[in-house]
Design a protein around this ligand. Structure first.
Ligand code: MN
Length: 711
């Protein structure tokens, strides 16, 4: 375990601005907080954050990052609180520690590789600051280095698989090549120990058989290049077991056939020298066709630059040589962290821009993803326009920012979206309009009886959900207009003294420019064509004897049932609307007013608004309630005058609740010293229900007056 002074010295060696006192404080704080906690191997727990900090000093990361590494498990695993960290180390450190804690708390449950990609994006989206991700990677690296101490084999395998699927590619994505390789190799040990052992045994055998082969080849290559060419440093090494394994799998070859298990690196000072080295190599040795790659002229998406070539080299060994400058090498190996080092060193940042490294990083990442429109200056803004949520099965679902449970439901399956009635986010019921956050666990509650709700369209953000809701509403509206229109036309036939016949309608389709009978009655239902116009066309010369008032039922009891168009089955808000001025209820005597393109609006027969339509008899429609079937809910509006005293409001609401009324809206109209007036909207079954509630309210002493509100 690294000692306190040792860690501080390492940071001070590369960061002249290091806040030594704060660094010491963090070291002491972490050891105190983790106290007697133990790691799986019996070491004190605090050795872990200190090792993580140590790993990060290898990348010369700034003092804040090192402090964050020391504190990274305190919130999650000890009694440390964010408030305390803020007080002791300040808001900047808290934000970083908090970021690492959040990454630790989310967990991938699905092994699907498509899920892995989304999960990586989630981690990137949650790492607002790249340093958060660097600490998390170092944390994972140290945990992998000590994974063999974990006793449960399933746990080891799960962590190793997650490392291979998620963290190694993340390290690669931000260019931390050596962390990526080490993570992969450690994971390989736990996932396929047999394969790894046979590869290492084989390497061992080859090493013994051909003593000092790597050193001999290095010497020979240096001689071939540097005799006439540029000064070059050659490094040779065996490839890592995991990369050999991958090659064996990819090319479907056995170990015996796999010749290039050694990798050589030629490092020079300048880019032109890279091509000189290439020239000397190709002049001296036979080139293996199809293996040459120039990543200097075309860098890899993650910023990797190098020339790769394979030759039949010294002693007839087939070898791969990677040619690069020292600077390219540093970026290739350490990625983002190398940019940090440049920034710290000051002079080496040729642009002189403080956040050069960040822009480079973003350039790197953008090659691999959608172009982002907005990049916040000091933040890692990747995927900030998306949120990533979990399904109960552990699948990661990507949504645009602002996505709601309805969007989520449609993302899983159209049917789930169509029938969703509620949602649980992280175990608690939330309204469907709730905006989801990264890492939320979302469970959709469905009901067979549910259909897409028009109000959803106001808050969904995905095109898929919106298109589906719109299509459903349009279809439903068409159906409703068709049913209403058919009822209107049938009634118009009867009133004119004829039997309804589709044949008659077919004959007049041309006049109304409609393709078929269904389209014609739908147009009537929507209010584009009146029933009277249809009759006049089918039976030219029919007397227009009906007047508006004759449509209005004089007395509900005398009304012939087949004269009134039943409202049953017509959904409020589609072809039929209930007027907000008079709030009609079942049992009320009602009349419909046809509105062009919007269907019918229902008013109570005594509503003042009706006078506006007195001179438009063609728009009046005789409609009636249809009381059989399931009780539906309607809004009744009451105007109350109530004594201005404490408890008055709760008295009123409890009276309404006792009478099974559901208050949907409540508004104060005026207030004096003694009274206040208010309007209450209540969901009721019919007018009788509302009358009961009114009677119960009148019986309560706090209520001065209560009336149905009109107009
Ligand atoms: Mn940790």
């Amino acid at each position: 375990m690294m000692r306190q002074y040792e860690l501080v010295e390492r940071v001070k060696a590369y960061d002249a601005d290091a806040r030594e006192a704060l660094l010491n404080k963090a070291y002491v704080y972490a050891t105190q907080k983790h106290g007697s906690q133990k790691r799986a191997n019996g070491d004190p727990y605090f050795s872990h954050p200190i090792e993580v900090a140590g790993i990060l000093t290898n990348y010369k990361l700034d003092c804040d990052t090192i402090i964050t590494a020391l504190l990274h498990d305190t919130i999650e695993d000890t009694d440390a609180t964010p408030e305390e960290i803020n007080k002791l180390f300040g808001p900047k450190i808290l934000k970083l520690v908090d970021g690492v804690t959040k990454l630790t708390q989310i967990e991938l449950k699905s092994a699907d590789s498509k899920q892995a990609e989304n999960f990586r994006k989630l981690l990137l989206a949650m790492s607002e600051d790249i340093r958060v991700l660097l600490v998390k990677l170092a944390d994972r690296l140290h945990n992998m280095r000590t994974l063999h101490y974990i006793s449960k084999p399933e746990k080891r395998v799960r962590i190793a698989a997650e490392t291979l699927e998620i963290y190694a590619p993340l390290a690669e994505r931000i260019g931390m090549h050596d962390i990526k390789e080490e993570l992969e190799d450690l994971a390989f040990q736990h996932l396929n120990a047999d394969a790894r052992n046979s590869i290492t045994a084989r390497l061992e055998f080859l090493r013994k058989k051909d003593d000092n082969i790597v050193e001999r080849i290095v010497k020979e290559l240096e001689r071939v290049i540097s005799t006439d060419g540029p000064k070059v440093e050659i490094y040779g090494r065996e490839k890592r077991p995991y990369s050999i394994w991958q090659k064996m799998q990819r090319k479907n070859i056995t170990f015996g056939e796999l010749s290039d298990i050694m990798a050589f690196r030629a490092m020079v000072d300048t880019m032109p020298q890279c091509y000189e080295v290439l020239g000397y190599l190709h002049a001296a040795y036979k080139v293996v066709p199809g293996r040459f790659k120039d990543y200097i002229s075309t860098p890899k998406p993650n910023g990797y630059r190098s020339i790769h070539t394979t030759v039949i080299g010294p002693e007839n060994h087939r070898i791969e040589v990677q040619i690069r400058t020292h600077e390219m090498h540093e970026v290739n190996e350490n990625g983002v962290a190398a940019h940090w080092a440049y920034k710290q060193g000051g002079g080496r940042d040729k642009e002189g821009t403080q956040y050069r490294w960040l822009r480079d990083l973003l350039d790197i990442m953008e090659h691999a993803t959608e172009p982002e429109e907005f990049l916040e200056h000091t933040k890692l803004a990747m995927f900030q326009d998306q949120v990533f949520c979990f399904s109960p099965k552990g699948d990661v679902i990507a949504l645009p920012a602002g996505g709601t449970p309805v969007d989520f439901a449609y993302m899983i399956h159209t049917h789930i979206g169509d029938t969703c009635v509620g949602a649980k986010v992280n175990g608690a019921m939330v309204p469907l309009r709730t905006q989801l956050n990264n890492g939320d666990q979302v469970e959709i509650v469905t009901s067979k009886a549910q259909t897409p709700n028009p109000t959803w369209e106001r808050f969904v953000v995905t095109g898929k959900a919106r298109a589906r809701i719109r299509r459903f509403i349009r279809q439903q509206q068409e159906d409703q207009y068709r049913d209403l229109g058919k009822a209107i036309v049938q009634k118009a036939f009867r009133q004119a003294g004829y039997d309804y016949s589709e044949k008659g309608l077919e004959g007049v389709l041309k006049i109304f420019k409609q393709p078929n009978v269904v389209a014609l009655v739908t147009a009537v239902g929507a209010g584009h064509i009146t029933g009277r116009e249809v009759i006049n066309a089918v039976f030219p010369g029919t007397k227009d004897a009906q007047t508006a008032r004759k449509f209005v039922p004089q007395d509900g009891k005398n009304r012939k049932r087949d004269h009134a168009i039943p409202l049953k089955g017509l959904i409020p808000g589609m072809a039929v609307h209930y007027a907000g001025c008079c709030h009609p209820l079942p049992g009320d005597r009602i009349v419909g007013i046809v509105t062009t393109g919007k269907g019918v609006t229902i008013h109570t027969i005594d509503c003042d608004t009706l006078e506006t339509f007195a001179d438009q008899p063609e728009r009046w429609l005789d409609v009636g309630w249809d009381n059989d079937g399931e009780p539906e809910h309607f809004v009744g509006r009451l105007g109350l005058t109530v004594a201005h005293e404490s408890g008055a409001l709760s008295a009123i609401t409890s009276v309404i609740a006792k009478n099974h009324g559901n208050i949907t809206n409540l508004r104060f109209v005026s207030r004096t010293q003694d009274f206040f007036e208010m309007l209450i909207d209540i969901d009721v079954v019919d007018v009788k229900h509302l009358t009961n509630i009114i009677a119960a309210l009148r019986a309560n002493p706090v209520v001065n007056t209560v009336e149905r509100a009109r107009g």
